[in-house]
Design a protein around this ligand. Structure first.
Ligand SMILES: C[S@@+](CC[C@H](N)C(=O)[O-])C[C@H]1O[C@@H](n2cnc3c(N)ncnc32)[C@H](O)[C@@H]1O
Length: 343
């Protein structure tokens, strides 16, 4: 797939995922590339990047970072993330001017993989915590944790037409968190929080916050609000984040009497090589074999997956528990996690 085609595919994906702004910009970038405009200068050298490297999102993330840093001149007026109003024609012309006048700053982030931490996906984790068959306190572990924000899931507020879960004053409100059938009750207390990632983001730094904010699509202000709310929580609720591959974290897990050990992950499995996937799975099965009623173990995950080998991929939420031996689809979610439909 060439870069122009990748930009047009990204335009379609952004349209389907609720970002008319990025859908329009990706189309205009593709047209400008084909016409030999400033886009072709900025993307020079990246013509052979593979499709999965998401060059369009690297480029737009880099531009958004310049907007957030107030280094993008007139373009900020069209970015809702900084109080602007999106206008397709004028917005594109302002972006084109930035690419023409400041190609080097825009190119700075083209080699970085987009790094996100999607707070809305906590709906899947919390559906799992509310479905546990035990009332023990929870020790929460996450692989592919990014900034670790979903380790704070019990501090978010989950709103449904039938009631809410979580602190009333939480700065993170997920509404509607769930559709379908989920018992609304107090979740078990979380007594330990540890995440790992090969590229962890320290959200207590300006650089970390800038990184995660820049890759949120600027017209999706609800996602930005959730992220900012989670940053505020991260300032006051301690959790640990390690630079460590998933396989190592899971291999080192132990179960503890009197607590439910929960391993959770979302939209990270596809980034593991086959060997690491097998290693994580083997460690999970070994933990399950050691679990007891006093020291139970649960695996909750939201990953693009299939219900049966021939089915289509969906964003499914899975729950596995030991020693109870349960394994089931809890529900289906959407890419950004809000809402999760509980079955
Ligand atoms: C799409 S992001 C999802 C982040 C977060 N789980 C969420 O849902 O917002 C995928 C994450 O997986 C991490 N990752 C990729 N390979 C990994 C590995 N082998 N071990 C641990 N984390 C990995 C990436 O650095 C990235 O933070």
């Amino acid at each position: 797939m060439d870069v122009g085609e990748a930009l047009r595919r990204q335009a379609l994906a952004c349209a389907n995922l609720g970002s008319p702004m990025y859908a329009a910009l990706c189309e205009r970038l593709a047209d400008d590339l084909a016409a030999g405009g400033p886009t072709s200068v900025v993307l020079a050298g990246h013509e052979d990047d593979p499709g999965p490297s998401a060059l369009a999102l690297r480029l737009l993330g880099s531009v958004h970072r310049l907007v957030l840093e107030r280094r993008a001149g007139a373009l900020a007026a069209y970015y809702p993330s900084v109080g602007g109003t999106w206008e397709p024609e004028a917005g594109w012309l302002a972006l084109r001017a930035l690419l023409a006048e400041e190609p080097d700053p825009v190119r700075e982030w083209l080699d970085r993989p987009p790094q996100t931490n999607e707070v809305g996906r906590a709906t899947a984790l919390m559906a799992g915590l509310l479905s546990l068959p035990w009332a023990h306190p929870v020790r929460l572990f996450e692989i592919g944790s990014s900034g670790g924000l979903n380790l704070l899931a019990d501090h978010f507020r989950y709103v449904t037409p039938d009631g809410s879960v979580g602190p009333a004053e939480s700065p993170v409100v997920l509404d509607p968190a769930w559709t379908g059938a989920l018992p609304l009750r107090e979740p078990p207390p979380v007594v330990e929080r540890l995440g790992s990632d090969v590229m962890p983001v320290d959200v207590r730094t300006t650089e970390g916050r800038l990184t995660l904010t820049a890759y949120v699509w600027p017209d999706q202000t609800h996602r930005l609000e959730r992220l900012r709310g989670a940053f505020a929580l991260a300032d006051r609720i301690p959790y640990a984040l390690r630079r460590e591959p998933a396989g190592d974290l899971v291999a080192g897990l132990e179960l503890v009497d009197g607590a439910t050990t929960v391993l959770w992950h979302s939209v990270m499995w596809q980034y593991l090589g086959r060997d690491e996937q097998d290693r994580v799975r083997a460690s999970i099965d070994a933990l399950g074999a050691r679990a007891t009623a006093a020291a139970p173990f649960a695996h909750v995950y939201l990953e693009p997956s299939r219900r049966t080998p021939d089915a289509e991929h969906e964003f499914l939420v899975w729950l596995e528990t030991w020693p109870t031996g349960e394994r089931r689809v809890l529900g289906a979610s959407v890419g950004h996690g809000v809402p999760t439909h509980v079955e």
